[in-house]
Design a binder for this molecule. Structure first.
Ligand code: DQA
Length: 149
């Protein structure tokens, strides 16, 4: 099983962003934690980060044919307004888990809306790096559920 973990705009700057919301770990630290968990779950994980919206859409398109069984996505601020990424996700038939480090519902009003919510299986937010681990476990669980149904 391969799970694709996608990170969007400004998330390469984790480690330099407000530690109250995002802690001090870098994206490399987060990816390392995911590769560790992937070993435990006996799955493979591929990670991709981009600050370019069209590139994110193209990476999502590529997941139709690259053997991905599920997607975990933290799209950063795109979550709140990118209909292009939302529409790219909608075309997929594999489970999609939306995650955020911070509790977006306890922050500014514009962060309360996710334009992805109707096309994802579920959302996880507010647990810092643990949101990523929980997201990977949720994706793993969703794929196994599909296999056994
Ligand atoms: C974020 C939350 C978004 O509102 C914000 O724009 C981000 C990071 C998070 O992980 O908490 O860049 O997705």
């Amino acid at each position: 099983m391969k799970i694709l973990v996608l990170n969007g705009v400004n998330l390469n700057m984790f480690g330099k962003r407000d530690p109250n919301h995002y802690g001090s770990e870098t994206l490399e630290d987060i990816n390392a934690a995911l590769f560790e968990l992937a070993k435990e779950l006996k799955i493979s994980v591929e990670t991709h980060q981009t600050n370019i919206e069209g590139e994110m859409c193209e990476r999502i398109h590529a997941s139709h044919t690259d053997g991905s069984s599920a997607i975990v996505i933290n799209a950063g601020a795109w979550t709140h307004y990118s209909y292009a990424i939302r529409d790219a996700l909608e075309i997929l038939s594999i489970p999609i888990i939306e995650i955020h480090m911070s509790n977006v519902h306890a922050r500014e009003e514009f962060r309360h809306q996710s334009v992805f919510s109707s096309v994802v299986k579920g959302q996880i937010c507010g647990f810092g790096v643990e949101s990523y681990r929980l997201g990977l476990r949720a994706a793993f669980h969703a794929v196994n559920q599909l296999k056994s149904s």
